[in-house]
Design a protein around this ligand. Structure first.
Ligand code: SAM
Length: 319
């Protein structure tokens, strides 16, 4: 585990689009105190409540930025799909699901939050021929006064047995930091983890029926399911929110159990996402896959946050 950053007082952070709190765990492991959470999905709220003893506030578009407590660090894994209209900057005028980034903007504008971490799917980089990411960076840099860095990082290089590339956008409020501030992304780790270390023996209730196997998985040859067993010294494919809909044919399945093939179990999902085994999942299987598939691989986020805090300490004005 990453060493804790030594600070006199814990930093205060907010957890937006919190899902089940993957980013929160990464922040807390770096000594942070969560002072506000927003997540509107009732099933994700249930899992969040069960694990953190807190019920997230709902729809961020209905939350007045003045009602959010003061904080040092804003985290937002804003939803991946509806960024289609960011490039048009409509979020400055209209409130829609497509412009949730602009809800982040109004919060930053009011609070002048010192540090930010945004997370999204890597497709954001090429979306609208690069215009979307350009607008995001332009707004953060020139309208809000942040020094911004972005990078696509693969969680597989940071201690989980899963290929999971995500774009991370990191920002530092310029008024607080020296002009020469530079951000270094965490170094990829030399020691890798593979799925075979984590596979369970015959966990019950995850079998894929012969009928489903024949009618979907092995019928068409247009999909490429990844089939694994105890000898698979490999990393699994990205866990997506729709993993349980196996007719999508794209996931990772385990050669095991009565029907010869099963879905990844709850513990295996925790392992590939870097969640602790003790993390509680009080929802249905469908919701469980959706929640982990929407979440972050904790170890890579933990390391990025460590670097953010280190950078903030090093370049703090007057330090
Ligand atoms: C990509 S997920 C982020 C998951 C989170 N990083 C985690 O570790 O679980 C985006 C989340 O934003 C939530 N969301 C979408 N629109 C929202 C809104 N208007 N207000 C609050 N939450 C919203 C979704 O329900 C979803 O859980």
């Amino acid at each position: 585990m990453t060493a804790q950053v030594t600070r006199k007082k814990p930093y205060r952070f907010i957890d937006l689009f919190a899902g089940i709190g993957g980013i929160r765990i990464a922040c807390e492991r770096n000594g942070g105190e969560c002072v506000f959470t927003s997540e509107w999905d009732k099933y994700a709220q249930k899992t969040y409540q069960e694990n953190f003893g807190e019920h997230p506030k709902g729809d961020i578009t209905n939350i007045d930025e003045k009602d959010i407590p003061a904080h040092d660090f804003l985290n937002a894994g804003f939803p991946c799909q509806p960024f289609s209209t960011i490039g048009k900057r409509e979020g400055f005028k209209h409130k829609t699901q497509g412009t949730l980034f602009f809800d982040v903007v109004r919060i930053l504008k009011y609070h002048k939050t010192k540090m930010i971490l945004l997370e999204n799917v890597p497709g954001l980089v090429s979306h609208d021929n690069g215009n979307t990411i350009a607008v995001i960076e332009d707004v953060l840099e020139n309208e809000l006064g942040y020094k911004v860095f972005h990078q696509v990082v693969n969680a597989a290089d940071y201690g989980v047995p899963q290929e999971r590339k995500r774009i991370y956008i990191v920002g530092f409020f310029k008024d607080e930091y020296d002009d020469d501030l530079q951000f270094e992304w965490p170094e990829p780790e030399s020691k890798h983890k593979y799925i075979n270390e984590f596979l369970e023996e015959h966990p019950s209730g995850y079998g894929i029926s012969k009928h489903l196997q024949n009618s979907y998985l092995f019928k068409k040859n247009d999909g490429r399911p990844q089939l694994i067993d105890k000898s698979s010294k490999i990393k699994v494919k990205t866990l997506v929110a729709t993993y349980h809909k196996i007719q999508r044919l794209t996931g990772t399945f385990v050669k095991d159990g009565e029907t010869g093939l099963r879905l990844l179990s709850e513990n295996e999902c925790k392992a590939i996402m870097g969640f602790p085994k003790s993390f509680k999942v009080p929802v249905s299987r469908t919701q469980m896959y959706r929640q982990f598939g929407n979440s972050v691989a904790i170890p890579v986020v933990e390391k990025i946050i460590f670097q953010i805090l280190k950078t903030a300490t090093k370049y703090k004005k007057g330090s």
